[in-house]
Design a protein around this ligand. Structure first.
Ligand code: FAD
Length: 492
């Protein structure tokens, strides 16, 4: 019995353009169908449905290209069944069965991924983990919370707070995504510069392998017991195992919160200030730097200057020292102090996701691309990505902000838009991704900071990993020799 149980359900990304019984699948030719006898066997293992509306919703996520398809009542794929196990034992039995019968199994949580990772590309079973929700145990002395994989962000954080704890993981999709999805995609919250990314928060995992084997990884604050097996499954996007249970590192609730806002003459000056702040050892929870266009759009900028928003929370002495370093560095770089209400405004709008759908409905190509890059390459990467994207016919905008910082570099988050004629929508969308992603990789950035790879970025994995992709493929073959787990993703 869970200490806290919940029943939050996924939020659908955009309305379907017609009745689900008439919805068609883009990748219908790749479908592997579950037979009637197999369906009956799956139903005996765990709650299983063939409901058409349920199956159609499980055929899509928040991948922006597929949002446009949805408006035409088209989804990427339609699984044969949706299975909703309620225990690790059921997940294990289901995988044993699917492995024996070579049935594809695609895990899904909130289906808030933006790269098509949860799309059951080859049909088969959509394995919905959201019936496995709840906080199972709290070790308040060590600050470790055991949570089931299908638990949504607000439920987890609310429960942690009743024990005087916080996880500190607040992605923009906080209410849309599950803990299992955070781990499977190596997610990042908006307060990550203090609390870390999800890979810094995972203490231990329970994972079910393709053949049904249940294993536990991690479980100690550090180790030298060979490679860290937590990290094998962090970011594996449902291709190496199903994550059923997570032990997360929790922090004491913050004593105080402090805020600040600054304006730099150029984005480059802002990068240098962020670099100096972080390298001085100051790690404010939020350190977000917006380029001229984004500053003008949302933070009262003049179109060329760059706005820095800062927020930190924690022990008063530590936070005051951190904010003092931020202030000194910003002024030493020639920044002007800006209205601190800009931070308040940001906190109110930071999880508003309505803009994407509104532009999609209007026929705009619109998406975001986040990458990680060392400080030395920040300026070059911005120049390379934006000029490559803007060279694509019908491109309207390519803008950037820095959203997460590290001792050696940062996450740069690009937003791009285009207004092609309807018949060129898809080609324009794909061309902007191709241009931006290749330019980023060539200029020294990586492929993804927190959105993952999924389906839409799989084509870039060879360039991103080189022969490392062979190592990943060898791991896949070893852990999932029949290739049943989320086939077609991560470049595997
Ligand atoms: C508006 C918006 C804002 C976003 N902002 C952020 C952000 O700030 N930070 C961020 O990191 N991401 C963000 N995302 C992306 C997305 O929310 C994350 O990738 C999230 O971690 C996905 O979680 P989910 O539960 O929705 O997973 P899903 O989308 O359902 O699945 C994603 C992948 O994980 C796999 N998976 C899911 N659960 C499991 C499991 N239990 N075991 C094994 N594999 C599993 C799936 O097979 C799939 O490959 C945003 C998305 C949207 C739509």
């Amino acid at each position: 019995m869970s200490l806290h149980s919940f029943n939050t359900q996924p939020t659908e990304p955009i309305e379907l353009g017609g009745d689900p019984s008439n919805t068609t699948a883009r990748f219908a030719s790749q479908l592997i169908t579950v037979t009637e006898a197999q369906r009956v066997a799956l139903e005996a293992i765990c709650p299983t449905t063939q409901d058409v509306s349920d199956r159609v919703q499980h055929g899509r996520d928040w991948w922006p290209l597929s949002l446009a398809w949805s408006l035409n009542n088209e989804v990427p794929q339609i699984p044969s069944v949706v299975c909703r196990p309620t225990s690790t034992a059921q997940v294990s039995e289901l995988l044993q069965y699917c492995n024996a019968h070579s049935i594809p199994v695609t895990a899904s949580g909130g289906r808030s991924g933006v790269c098509g990772a949860a799309i059951p590309l080859h049909g088969g079973v959509s394995l919905d983990l959201t019936a496995m929700q709840g906080i199972e145990s709290v070790d308040a002395i060590s600050g470790v919370i055991e949570v089931l994989a299908g638990t949504f962000g607000p439920d987890l954080e609310d429960a942690a707070r009743t024990h005087g704890l916080t996880i500190g993981h607040y992605p923009q999709s906080f209410a849309l995504a599950t803990v299992g999805g955070w781990v499977a995609c190596r997610g990042a919250g908006q307060y990550s510069t203090r609390y870390g990314k999800i890979e810094d928060m995972v203490h231990a995992l329970e994972v079910v392998l393709a053949d049904g084997t249940v294993l536990r990884t991690g479980g100690a604050p550090a180790g030298a017991v060979g490679p860290d097996l937590n990290q094998v499954f962090l970011g594996s996007e449902g291709t190496l195992g199903i994550i059923t249970r997570i032990w997360l590192r929790a922090h004491p609730l913050p004593e105080v919160e402090r805020r600040g806002a600054y304006v730099f003459d150029t984005l480059s000056d802002g990068f240098e200030a962020c670099r100096r702040i972080i390298r001085a050892g100051a790690t404010p929870a939020v350190l977000r730097l917006y380029d001229g266009a984004e500053s003008k759009r949302s933070h009262g900028g003049n179109g060329t200057n760059a706005t820095l928003l800062v927020l930190d929370e924690g022990h008063e002495a530590l936070i005051d020292a951190t904010m003092s370093i931020v202030h000194d560095v910003a002024l030493s770089m020639g920044a002007q102090i800006a209205d601190v209400d800009l931070v308040e405004k940001w906190t109110h709008h930071r999880n508003d996701t309505s803009g994407l759908q509104a532009l999609t409905r209007k026929g705009f190509v619109v998406d975001t691309m986040e990458i990680a890059v060392n400080w030395a390459q920040c300026d070059n990467v911005v120049e390379a990505v934006e000029s490559a994207m803007l060279a694509v016919p019908h491109a309207r905008a390519a803008t950037c902000h820095l959203s997460h910082s590290y001792i050696e570099g940062a996450c740069l988050y690009f937003t791009f838009a285009a207004t092609p004629p309807a018949e060129e929508f898809e080609a324009t969308y794909l061309a902007m991704w191709e241009a931006g992603q290749r330019a980023a990789l060539t200029a020294g950035a990586n492929l993804s900071h927190h959105h993952g790879v999924g389906f839409s970025r799989a084509q870039f994995m060879q360039q991103a990993l080189g022969s490392g992709l062979d190592v990943l493929r060898a791991m896949k073959t070893s852990l999932d020799p029949r290739g049943i787990l989320n086939p077609g993703k991560l470049g595997l």
